[in-house]
Design a binder for this molecule. Structure first.
Ligand SMILES: Cc1cc2nc3c(=O)[nH]c(=O)nc-3n(C[C@H](O)[C@H](O)[C@H](O)COP(=O)(O)OP(=O)(O)OC[C@H]3O[C@@H](n4cnc5c(N)ncnc54)[C@H](O)[C@@H]3O)c2cc1C
Length: 369
């Protein structure tokens, strides 16, 4: 939807196709932390997009509120990291990228978060990290896209394949309400998250080049719990051993998340609930007295080193991809969408596009890297 909005703003006509309602998959299921977890552990390619996007978020969310009346609840609440053994790397990364990290003592930790379980003697504090209420961000984006006279949103419309003729994506074959049809466009952009690899594999390539190995994107399930508390228990995001708590308004706290490699299965499990609750209540004991009001799962688009594919698909003039953001699709989205639109419109990008270029990565990518 951010890609669509950026193109619409530039005067393009856009047909946005989703097989469900827009914004109900990973982008809805995520936590909305506007930062990678342990950002220094990622490559410069992820940091470059994250930095641009973090700078863009305050204006983006304010614009969406003005345009649509829907508040994405962007809040710079800070991120408190209670573990992180690699503190030296974190501090070096922080001074290189001017993203502040402070080392806190026991006194500072508990002055800030009074309800945390005792026993934490030091932590790292990133004051500028924000969280955004992603379901509301998505509602606002959909309303924004829908308000352009040159936008068409086709929901419950499943893209079955993309037809390739003469080195170009000539049309998308879709099924809506049981009826098959073709959608034609001068440019086609695939933003199908975890399903992107599958969709490209299913493309009707005829005698032309094989496209199934163009991107290596695989689903990685993440489960999440939602607590409702009697009173506010947290002021900011808290992270420990890969598990986190995110405070929302209305006395809601999100507890995330699992990392499960299990194909396209979004089933929630008792095992995940128990494990997430143990981590959450171990961090914030008062949660044990609160109710878990929801549990859900989403499929992250996993990619090698978590670097998204952004750019033109090799060998095809008018087929583009923007997918594979793994654990960071919400934070990276504004910069990722802007970069893709720069490429589509032939504008000079403000960051180097090569680390994300599907054609350049084809030879070097491997999972586990
Ligand atoms: C539990 C969890 C926690 C997370 N927390 C965070 C976080 O705190 N911060 C952060 O930055 N990121 C987070 N993420 C990651 C983030 O959610 C993803 O990286 C991001 O949402 C990916 O966005 P996307 O648009 O590529 O995919 P999606 O949001 O999954 O969207 C893909 C869309 O494509 C549609 N589609 C797929 N196939 C077809 C087809 N054939 N035809 C038509 N439509 C199709 C789907 O219906 C869907 O709407 C989290 C993810 C999970 C699961």
């Amino acid at each position: 939807m951010l890609v669509a909005r950026e193109l619409l703003t530039e005067g393009a006509s856009v047909c946005l196709v989703d097989r469900h309602t827009c914004g109900r998959e990973a982008s809805w299921a995520g936590g909305g932390i506007v930062s990678p977890l342990y950002p220094w552990r990622y490559s410069e390619a992820v940091t470059a997009l994250a930095s641009k996007a973090q700078d863009a978020y305050p204006a983006l969310t304010a614009d969406l509120l003005n345009e649509t009346g829907i508040d994405p609840q962007y809040r710079a609440c800070g991120l408190l990291m209670l573990d992180a053994q690699d503190r030296e790397q974190a501090l070096q990364w922080s001074s290189r990228h001017t993203r502040h990290i402070h080392v806190w003592s026991e006194h500072e930790i508990y002055a800030h978060e009074r309800e945390l379980a005792p026993g934490r003697v030091s932590a790292m504090w990133m004051p500028t990290v924000a969280n955004v209420r992603n379901p509301r961000l998505l509602q606002a984006l959909r309303a924004s896209v829908n308000s352009f006279p040159t936008a068409v949103i086709k929901e419950h419309c499943d893209v079955q394949s993309i037809n390739i003729i003469g080195g170009r994506a000539s049309s998308a074959r879709v099924i809506q309400n049981g009826i098959a049809s073709l959608i034609q466009a001068s440019s086609v952009i695939v933003t199908a998250g975890a399903w992107t690899g599958k969709l490209l594999t299913d493309m009707q390539t005829g005698a032309e080049s094989r496209l199934d190995s163009l991107v290596q994107i695989a689903p990685v399930k993440g489960e999440m719990l939602l607590y409702r508390t009697e009173r506010p228990l947290l002021t900011g995001i808290v992270l420990s051993n890969g598990r986190y708590l995110i405070p929302r308004s209305d006395n809601l706290i999100l507890a995330g998340s699992t990392l499960e490699y299990c194909d396209f299965d979004k089933t929630i499990s008792e095992h995940a609930r128990t494990s997430l609750a143990a981590s959450a209540e171990g961090l914030l004991p008062a949660l044990a007295e609160s109710s878990i009001i929801a549990q859900w799962a989403g499929l992250r688009p996993g990619s090698p080193a978590g670097i998204p594919y952004i750019g033109r698909v090799q060998g095809l003039d008018n087929l583009y991809v923007n997918a594979g953001h793994f654990r960071n699709g919400l934070v990276l989205a504004p910069a990722s969408a802007k970069l893709l639109v720069d490429i589509v419109l032939g504008r000079t990008p403000d960051i180097d596009p090569s680390p994300y270029d599907p054609a350049l990565r084809r030879a070097t990518d491997s999972f586990g890297s």
